[in-house]
Design a protein around this ligand. Structure first.
Ligand code: ADP
Ligand code: MG
Length: 264
């Protein structure tokens, strides 16, 4: 599942890290691929990502195996991170001249996943805030897109552009791809605006929008500086509970889908 929205600061990284931690806490094996040169997901997961650290850059632009760059989270035994370093900032340009430039992540990920003795239940890809080749690599590697939407001004701005791009990828590069999940983030229930944004999103995406909304919470924004998810940092805080609940919804949907497929 790729977490995408070309707007910056909407909660992509926060959602990636905390959903991954919440699912890992429930025993799932979870892989997070940090595809943002800023490396915020790597930081929040306590993964090393200094300039010389082997990273997703070496996998996508170089020929390193994903198995050689993946790190285990210090927080949960079943949570793993493919870190991003500052080198990734040049990748958009370097990728242009490479063969199969849209498929590099998918190929590396497929090889990695096929070689696992115990399979991963979830793979999350944290996207940069742009619709360039890195994000395209994420769309090609994923089956599902999760779009976090910040319940504030201009929340829906750019959304139709994003959906159009996803549709193009589906038509030309990855027929499996679909927007499965929308998560409302930074929700402040005291404001009418947040309520309005929420109901507008639910109207447009009744199936995809999770019932759980993520409240605006200081604990959520504090956790990354300790290299922790909010679940580890302050488990009983409103933000932690919300991400645990959102993860449970996602887990539950996964199971129901499996049951439905097996039954038919
Ligand atoms: P993106 O990855 O889309 O750029 P981030 O996840 O990095 O967005 O979030 C942007 C900023 O907002 C970060 O400083 C983060 O800590 C903060 N933030 C995200 N979600 C919340 C929330 N629910 N409550 C409070 N602060 C949040
Ligand atoms: Mg981010």
């Amino acid at each position: 599942m790729t977490i995408s929205n070309q707007k910056g600061g909407v909660g992509k990284t926060t959602t990636t890290v905390n959903l991954a931690a919440a699912l890992a806490k429930s025993g799932a094996r979870v892989l997070v691929i940090d595809l943002d040169p800023q490396g915020n997901a790597s930081t929040a997961l306590g993964a090393e990502h200094r300039e010389e650290t082997p990273s997703v850059y070496d996998v996508i632009v170089g020929d390193k195996a994903m198995a050689d760059v993946v790190q285990k989270s210090p927080e949960f035994d079943t949570l793993f991170c493919v870190p991003a370093t500052i080198h990734l900032a040049g990748a958009e340009i370097e990728l242009v001249s490479l063969v199969a430039r849209e498929q590099r992540l998918r190929r590396a990920l497929d090889i990695f996943l096929d070689a696992q003795e115990i399979p991963f239940h979830y793979v999350f890809i944290d996207c940069p805030p742009s619709l360039g080749l890195l994000t395209i690599n994420a769309f090609v590697a994923a089956r599902e897109v999760l779009i976090p939407i910040q319940c504030e001004y201009y929340a829906l701005e750019g959304l139709s552009q994003l959906l159009k791009n996803i549709q193009l990828i589906e038509q030309h590069l990855n027929p499996e791809l679909r927007v499965s999940t929308i998560l409302l983030t930074m929700f402040d229930q005291r404001t009418n605006l947040a309520q309005e944004v929420a109901s507008e999103v639910r109207e447009h995406f009744p199936q995809q929008t999770l019932k759980t909304v993520i409240p605006r919470s200081v604990r959520i924004s504090e956790a990354p500086s300790y290299g922790q998810s909010v679940i580890e940092y302050d488990e009983m805080s409103s933000g932690s509970l919300a991400y645990l609940e959102a993860a449970a919804e996602i887990g539950h949907r996964g199971i129901r889908r499996e049951v439905a497929t097996n039954g038919s």
